[in-house]
Design a protein. Structure first.
Length: 140
């Protein structure tokens, strides 16, 4: 019994160090990418507009939300979707990357969700007139 307790005391710091390192190191896959689109004038188009010139237009968020970092490799849009903005009533066209598979489409209180197996794209309409596209657990 004494050797088992001593083995546990020696192994405990190693396990704790491994857990801390795995929680704070970056992973190879992006867990969530958020991209903000601002309406351009009063027309039906939206344009990607970062908060400040020279800043990235996307944000990468780790699985548990512990890390937020700028994301420069944005998904290449393969379609344009036109919506009526829920807060402003304006017609907006948003560039999206959607896989070739057929999604399950869900209408939520804040937007629309395209749900694929292991991947989803959420279009969120914000009160300031902007549109946020959130790619969850995608191939990015």
């Amino acid at each position: 019994m004494a050797s088992l307790a001593m083995f546990g005391r020696k192994l405990l710091p190693t396990i704790a160090a491994w857990l801390v390192l795995s929680a704070f190191t970056g992973s190879a896959d992006a867990e969530q990418i958020r991209i903000r689109y601002w309406p351009q004038d009063s027309g039906p188009n939206t344009v990607m507009k970062p908060a400040d010139p020279g800043q990235p237009t996307g944000t990468r968020i780790s699985r548990f939300g512990l890390r937020r970092e700028p994301y420069y490799c944005l998904p290449k849009a393969n379609c344009l979707k036109t919506y009526r903005h829920r807060c402003t009533g304006q017609t907006v066209t948003v560039p999206l990357y959607l896989p070739a598979d057929t999604p399950r489409i869900a209408h939520t209180w804040s937007g629309i969700s395209y749900q694929y197996t292991g991947f989803s794209v959420n279009v969120v309409f914000l009160e300031d007139g902007s549109v946020e596209v959130v790619y969850d657990d995608g191939p990015f």
